[in-house]
Structures are given as C-alpha cells and as structure tokens.
Write a protein that binds this ligand. Structure first.
Ligand code: CP3
Length: 341
C-alpha cells in the first residue's frame, strides 16, 4: 500500500520503524551517471524530455537507497511559459526580468497540461517505475523565491531590485506575488493530479528578510498557496534561513517544515510543536568530512530528535556538486543503521 511508505508516514507524524531519508538536489552533478546523461543535452532539454528526466530521478534511488524520490525539474520551469525567456549558465538567467506594471500584466498563467506537459508526463512515468518501491515528491518554488528570480533576472547577493519593488512599490509587489501564487497553486495541483505523492515548496530566499518583513511580505502568499493545494498529499515547506522565525514560518500551514543546519533540530521541534513534522538538517558540507565525522553528525541529529515521530532526515540545503557520491551513500546508510532499520 503506497500510503504505508515510511517517508509518507513520517510526513504525517506517525511512528515509523526507522528514520526515512532523502537528499535535497539528490539528482545532479555529484553523480557521474547524471553527468553522463547531462553531457548529451542542455539542462533545460533534460527537464523537458520525460524519459531522460525520469532516468536521472531514478539514479539516486538506485545508488543511495533513499526513501523518497524527487521529480527532476527546476523551480523555474513553470516561469518560462509565463513569458520570461529562461537560460541556465549554469545559474538561471531571465533575459527580460519583471520591473514594471506592464511587465506584470504581460505575464500569463500557463495552462499546465499544454505548457508544461513534460513535467506531468515525467511524474506519470515515475509513478509506474517506482510502484511499491519509493514515493515520489513533486515540488515548486515558494512565491517569494520565484519573485526574486523573476525581478532580479538572476541570482543576487543584495536582492536590490526585489527589495526596491517590495518597499517602494508595494502594490506592484502584491500584484506580482498574487499572480505567481495562483500560477504555483495550479502548477502544484497539476503535479498532485498527475501522481505526485508529496509536495515540497522551496523558499530558498525566504530568509533574506527580517521576521517582521517575512510576516508582512512573504507569509501571506505561501499560506494562501498551501491553503489552495489538494491536501490529500503532505506538504513540506522549506525556508532557508528560517531559524530565527520558526514560530512565524510555521503559520504557513504545512505538514512538514524543512530545517537548515543553523538550528538545533530538537530546539526547533520544541518551538514548532508536535503537530508539524520536520525534515533536516545536516550541514551539506559535512559530506566533505571523513566518514567517522559524518556518522557522528548523523547520530547527533538523531539524538536531538530523541525518538519523536515525524522526522525525515535530510541535508539542510542541496547536496554540493563536488561531494564524493560514496559519502552521500554512507550518510544514508548511517541514518538507516543508527535509527534501527
Ligand atoms: O532535488 C532534486 O534532485 C530535483 C531537482 C532540482 C533541481 N533544482 C535541479 C537542478 C530541484 C528540486 C531544484 C530546485 C531549485 N532550483 C531551487 C531550490 C532549491 C535550492 O537549491 O535552493 C533553486 C533556487 C533553483 C534555481 C536554480 N537551478 C539554480 C540557482 C541553479 C544553479 C545552481 C546550480 O546548482 O548549478 C539551477 C540549476 C540546476 N537545477 C541544476 C540542477 C541539477 C544544475 C544544472 C546543470 O546540470 O548544469
């Protein structure tokens, strides 16, 4: 029974026989088998070719023995059909970033089955492939993180453009965020309808604002998004840099909160309370350490959780491309062995 997957039970806060584990960005450049596929196509072509996207989604399941798979795509995939020309060099770049009201008005809400059919087809292929083996996580960017890329046009250190809009033209910012939130709602519900068994919302840049600004400019949209999702599947909400505002972020209404490594997992659970499960939170750079160090850190995090139900082990952010894959596999093995599998 698919509902009995250890990962899904942990998402629902139920007792499990052992601690399930997967790694954010587990399909990717640290794996030679990914690079072999990636050599033949661009990153966007890979995302848009269901057979190849499915193949690289399966690779880390075969290699790592992780307890959940995550769809191979990108948070910016649905933004391209909104009308922004997207390239990866390797970071994302939009040729025509959103700066004015006319730019916002020109954005369209994609028709998911027509504009991103490859995402939904990849999910359908993967459900057939994984039946009885591992559950499949779908995902999207949180409205604020998507807005950061759409307004900045690329990654940023100071986020000057989005903050200019947020503080200087709050009605424009709200209009943009409303449109992105509605796109995201339809996009994630389409993934669930196609077969995604859990959804992770990535708010990579949600922590660049103060707790008060998070409450004012970010939280209302993420909460509205989560409210509008088909809740027959668990929703995981990962905000990087949320350690100082866990009480506020928990109001977004997710089933699971992703934690980065700047918080003690046990203390975070005390703040969040027993109704929300947690996912995390090993520092991704610990995978550069010798194996005894990795094992000690895995044990420390399991000890911080202290046997409470509703813990999914993960990194505190995505795996880094220069990590030795053997160390990632060893980490998964440690989580399983030390938690009693
Ligand atoms: O987790 C997985 O294995 C699924 C695939 C996945 C990718 N991107 C593939 C990818 C997921 C879940 C994402 C999410 C994503 N994309 C986020 C949120 C998570 C996070 O890391 O903060 C963000 C901010 C993006 C935007 C993005 N895409 C950036 C900033 C970059 C460049 C940085 C980098 O890692 O190179 C990408 C490109 C990207 N997305 C790659 C992969 C495997 C590398 C592209 C390549 O193969 O050249």
């Amino acid at each position: 029974m698919s509902q009995d997957y250890t990962f899904l039970k942990a998402c629902r806060g139920e007792q499990t026989d052992y601690t399930p584990v997967w790694l954010m960005r587990q399909a990717g450049r640290y794996l030679p088998q990914y690079m072999a596929v990636r050599k033949k196509v661009t990153f966007l072509e890979l995302c848009k070719t269901p057979e190849l996207a499915a193949e690289v989604t399966i690779q880390p399941i075969d290699y790592l023995d992780a307890d959940a798979a995550i769809l191979f795509s990108d948070i910016l995939t649905p933004v391209e059909p909104m009308g922004l020309k997207l390239d990866f060099v390797p970071g994302p770049v939009f040729e025509n970033p959103v700066r004015s009201e006319a730019d916002i008005d020109a954005l369209r809400i994609p028709v998911m089955e027509e504009d991103v059919p490859y995402v939904l087809e990849t999910i359908r292929i993967l459900r057939r492939e994984f039946e009885g083996r591992v559950p499949l996580i779908g995902f999207g960017g949180a409205p604020f993180t998507l807005a950061c890329y759409m307004v900045e046009g690329k990654g940023s250190k100071d986020f000057a453009q989005i903050k200019r809009m947020m503080y200087g033209a709050p009605e424009l910012f709200a209009k943009l965020m409303d449109k992105i939130t509605e796109m995201d709602r339809q996009y994630l519900n389409a993934q669930i309808a196609a077969g995604a068994q859990a959804i992770q919302i990535f708010d990579t840049w949600g922590g660049i604002v103060s707790p008060l600004d998070y409450q004012k400019y970010v939280l209302p949209y993420t909460r509205k998004l989560i409210d509008g999702l088909d809740r027959s599947v668990p929703i995981i909400h990962f905000v990087k840099g949320a350690g100082c505002m866990l009480d506020i972020v928990s109001q977004a209404g997710s089933d699971v909160m992703g934690l980065d490594w700047h918080v003690n997992l046990g203390k975070a659970r005390d703040i969040i309370g027993p109704k929300i499960a947690v996912q995390g939170n090993l520092d991704p750079t610990v995978l550069y350490a010798p194996k005894q160090h990795i094992e000690r850190e895995v044990k420390r995090i399991l000890d911080e959780n202290a046997g409470r139900p509703g813990h999914i082990f993960n990194l505190g952010h995505g795996i880094l491309p220069t990590v030795d894959p053997e160390h990632a596999r060893f980490m998964v093995e440690c989580v399983h062995r030390l938690s009693g599998k």
